[in-house]
Design a protein around this ligand. Structure first.
Ligand code: ZN
Length: 476
């Protein structure tokens, strides 16, 4: 199995594709730009959904579902929104055997259809806040496919909240950014920077876009979630007003926030190695695989021992016992390394005699012999340790690959070798930002939430006093 995976050092992007295909996470669909999420990839998405959904509910959100088809006129109501999304829209013009009176857009995101409904549902401050999330698919036309990272159709969640004041809407926007950061770091074991996008990178129709950005192993950035403060833009476009406590009329304030199946791409690229997928235990659909090692004469005894072990572990761990006798243990070891199962437990006749098991960590390859009586808590502890050490390893990597530059030449040199995040002064002008992008292909990933001191710091392009220390990187 493993020889099918191109080493990272040889060709990083081929390595990524090899992992996705060999670990059977996804496949190319008949329609260009689309992907099929295979059962193993979908199981991973289900773990991500459960984790995020739990965090959304803890913060007071409820789920609902809005239609896939949006009247074209809705999309056109918010000027920046339509301008931003137009090039990516797919439009249904013909259905039921006839040309439609009004074309219907396949949702690229649901602000417009949701705010058309909020107009019906919101009349008074008593109806606020409205905290709704939906899990669904969206479609944004893509010419190039990169499984999980860039596909025409993808799965995601989109939260759409309505508030009585600007401050409450912005507080919600930041709360959800915090939820994404927590999820990335505590579930995905991926450290992220949190900050605000420059105007050129913000969501079409937002006042401000906040984001979390992660560093992949090729030192490129990947945006792992966005949270938008929408001001009153969509309320004005859809005429959503409410009666305030002082009996005046005001437009409703809004936030929206989303994370998608891209997170699977981030997980793969943050942790995996040349043998295959490496998954943080918290999100792994299977945490422990038991591989019994036997010959014909020891088969029954070893399998019985393995089944007893599995049954004792099941209450607290996600365990799979591979009792198939057609493939060799060596083949299975390689296969489970490709699949990224965090712990492999080997049991042979000699282990059985000693009443022990051999546990092998996927990330380090480290072997531990554990007494059977103690197996459950010891395996749990190993998984917790692996979760923590994947995060620490990724954090160390990011820290080692974060640099500072004073000018364009310095930035360009660092981006070429070794690559990474580069902090540099920025005057705030779109022209300077565009020049960086044109000359280095790097963008401002974010302006950190915790603003750094810019005293004496100049813009890396024009030399004017810096307004912010921006984080530049090449990105997915
Ligand atoms: Zn400048």
């Amino acid at each position: 199995m493993a020889e099918k995976i191109t080493p990272r050092a040889t060709d990083y992007s081929q390595w990524y594709i090899d992992i996705v295909i060999n670990a059977k996470l996804a496949d190319y669909a008949p329609v260009k730009g689309c992907m099929v999420i295979r059962p193993r990839g979908y199981a991973l998405w289900e773990r991500i959904q459960q984790g995020l959904d739990g965090l959304f509910k803890e913060t007071g959100h409820v789920n609902a579902y809005f239609p896939l088809l949006i009247p074209e006129s809705f999309i056109k109501k918010e000027a920046e929104h339509v301008e931003g999304f137009s090039p990516e829209l797919a439009v249904v013009t013909y259905a039921g055997g006839e040309k439609l009176e009004e074309p219907l857009v396949i949702r690229p995101t649901s602000e417009t259809i949701i705010w058309s409904m909020y107009k019906k549902w919101i009349q008074s401050y008593r109806d606020l806040p409205l905290l709704i999330n939906q899990w669904c698919n969206v479609l944004r036309w893509e010419k190039r496919t990169r499984l999980f990272l860039r596909t025409t159709e993808f799965l995601w969640q989109e939260g759409h909240t309505a508030h009585a004041t600007s401050a409450e809407a912005e507080e919600e926007t930041l709360r959800m950014l915090g939820v994404y950061k927590k999820f990335a770091e505590e579930y995905m074991a991926v450290p992220v920077l949190a900050g605000v996008k420059s105007d050129s990178e913000k969501f079409a129709g937002a006042v401000r876009t906040y984001c979390i950005e992660a560093m992949m192993q090729d030192r490129k950035a990947l945006q792992a979630g966005t949270s938008h403060f929408l001001g009153q833009n969509f309320a004005k476009a859809f005429d959503v007003t409410f009666q305030t406590k002082d009996k005046t009329l005001d437009f409703v304030w809004a936030s929206s926030w989303g994370a998608s199946t891209r997170l699977i791409g981030a997980l793969i690229m943050a942790h995996s190695d040349d043998k295959g997928l490496v998954l943080p235990p918290r999100l792994a659909p299977i945490e422990v695989v038991i591989v019994p090692i036997f010959k014909n004469e020891t088969k029954d005894a070893v399998l019985a021992f393995a089944k007893t072990l599995r049954d004792s572990l099941v209450p607290g761990l996600r365990v799979y016992l591979d009792d198939d006798d057609q493939s060799t243990p060596g083949w299975k070891f390689a296969e489970y390394e490709v699949q990224g199962i965090p712990l492999r437990v080997e049991i042979g006749p000699r282990d059985m005699e000693k009443n022990q098991i051999c546990a092998v960590r996927r990330d380090t390859g480290e072997k531990s012999f554990l007494p059977v009586a103690d197996a459950a808590p010891r395996l749990r502890a190993m998984l917790d340790d692996m979760q923590a050490s994947l995060f620490q390893r990724a954090l160390k990597f990011r820290n080692e690959n974060t640099f500072q530059a004073k000018d364009m030449a310095g930035l360009a040199a660092l981006l070429d070798n070794p690559g990474g995040f580069v902090e540099a002064g920025w005057c705030g002008s779109a022209a300077c930002e565009a020049k960086v992008k044109e000359e280095t292909k790097a963008t401002i990933r974010l302006l950190p939430l915790e603003k750094k001191d810019t005293t004496g710091c100049a813009c890396l392009v024009c030399g004017a006093p810096a307004k912010d220390i921006a984080v530049f990187a090449r990105a997915y």
